[in-house]
Every structure is written in C-alpha cells, then in structure tokens.
Design a protein around this ligand. Structure first.
Ligand code: GDP
Length: 216
C-alpha cells in the first residue's frame, strides 16, 4: 500500500469515527435486572470498569455530551446497565461499576448476576471495553471480570483512563506491564487504548475503533 493510500484510509477512518459520534445518542433504558435487558439487533459495545475509573466521563467525551452518562462518585446507588442508541448504528451498554471497597455482599451478588447474565446471553455484543485507571493498573477485581469475559467468550479490549495524570514514561511502564498480562489472556484484544476524558487524549482513536465495529 502506498503512503498516500494509508493517509486516505486514515482520513476516511477518522471521518467515519467523527460521523458516527456526531449522531444523536439517546438513552434507551436502564436494566436493573436480567429480565429488563432490552432485545436489540444493533451491534453493541459494552463499557466495564471499577467504580470511579472514569467510565461516565469517557462515554460523555466520546459522545460529546456532558451529562449523558452521569458522572457520579456515589457508591451503592441502583446498579443498572444503561443502554444508549447511537444513531441507530451502535448500541452502547454502560455496565455498573465494580470493586467498591465496602460493597455489601448482596450488592456484589446483584452486580455479578446482572453482568454475568448480560455477558452470556448478548448475541449483538461485539466487544467489551475494560477501562483501567492508568495510575493503578490492573486490580484483582479487573482480573475477575477478565475471567468472566473469557468464560462468556466476549472479546474485550483494555482502555487506560486518566492518562493525563501520568508522565509519558509512567504511562509507558503501565502499558508495558498491562500488555504482558493481556498477551497471556486469550480473548483480550492486543491493542490497548490510552485515553483521557479530561484533556481529550485517545478519544478520536476510540471513536474510529467503535465506528469500525459498528460497520462490520
Ligand atoms: P465512573 O464512576 O467510572 O463513571 O467515573 P466518573 O466518570 O464519574 O469519574 C470519576 C472521577 O474521575 C471524577 O472525579 C472525574 O472527574 C475523574 N475523571 C474522569 N475522567 C478523568 C480523566 O480523564 N482525567 C482525570 N484527571 N480525571 C478524570
């Protein structure tokens, strides 16, 4: 492929990403139990991560909305999977955060029941994005979720959040450490995204990736 072709391809991919995320994004519903998960045939991407990882901020940054996914630090509020329809092309499923230090046992059980039944039975789910705070790296709860994803045969991809908090060198160390672990796990996509919702790092690249999933 000629250099010019590469450039054209990248321009087209960037444009496709921008176009998709310029479409209207509408809240479909919040499913608090497995029976409330809506039927859908749209290609779907799920967002998963520990509470406070920056998931709402990332969804808002991608869609260019400030308040679409609520940015909240309140632990223990009703756990639900929030579905957003992006222009009739892609469904975004915002999974409840996990990993509260003081989560009561029934909350953890509710999370597991809801998430597990979603992951196992979701035919249109193309990929799960596993968000990881770049400052903290993988935690054991993330590893448990990776295992759940593997068992459910859902292909997933790691996305580092809050990368503005690290120096380039610090970020490289985090990436390298994560890459080693990810390479050992079958269902994990090898490419790791680096993002910051706050300063806009990696948002366009992630839009391109999601537009490719929507178009596939
Ligand atoms: P969620 O619980 O995963 O939905 O996380 P939120 O989106 O509510 O964010 C949790 C906290 O992290 C909030 O105080 C955000 O302002 C902060 N935060 C989110 N994204 C970023 C980011 O890219 N950089 C920095 N520095 N802080 C962020």
């Amino acid at each position: 492929m000629h250099m010019q072709d590469m450039t054209d391809h990248n321009e087209a991919a960037l444009a496709a990403g921008r176009w998709l995320f310029a479409q209207t994004c509408t809240f479909v519903l919040g499913a608090a139990g497995p029976e409330q998960i809506p039927d859908s045939t749209l290609p779907e991407v799920a967002f998963a991560g520990r509470s406070n990882v920056g998931k709402s901020s990332l969804v808002n940054a991608l869609t260019g909305r400030r308040t679409l996914a609520r940015v909240s630090n309140t632990p223990g509020r009703t756990q639900q999977i929030n579905f957003f329809n992006l222009g009739g092309r892609l469904m975004l499923a915002d999974l409840p955060g996990y990993g509260f230090a003081k989560a009561p046992r029934d909350l953890v059980e509710q999370w597991t029941l809801l998430t597990d039944s979603y992951l196992r039975g979701r035919a249109p789910l193309r990929r799960a994005l596993l968000l990881i705070d770049a400052r903290h790296g993988l935690k054991n709860t993330d590893r448990k979720v990776m295992t759940m994803l593997n068992i459910a045969a859902v292909s997933y991809q790691c996305v580092l959040t809050k990368c503005d908090k690290l120096t380039d060198a610090g970020l490289q160390v985090t990436m390298d450490t994560l890459a080693v672990e990810v390479s050992r796990l079958g269902a994990a996509h090898p490419r790791i995204f680096t993002t910051s919702a706050r300063v806009g790092i990696g948002i366009e690249a992630l839009r391109v990736e999601l537009a490719e999933i929507a178009a596939a």
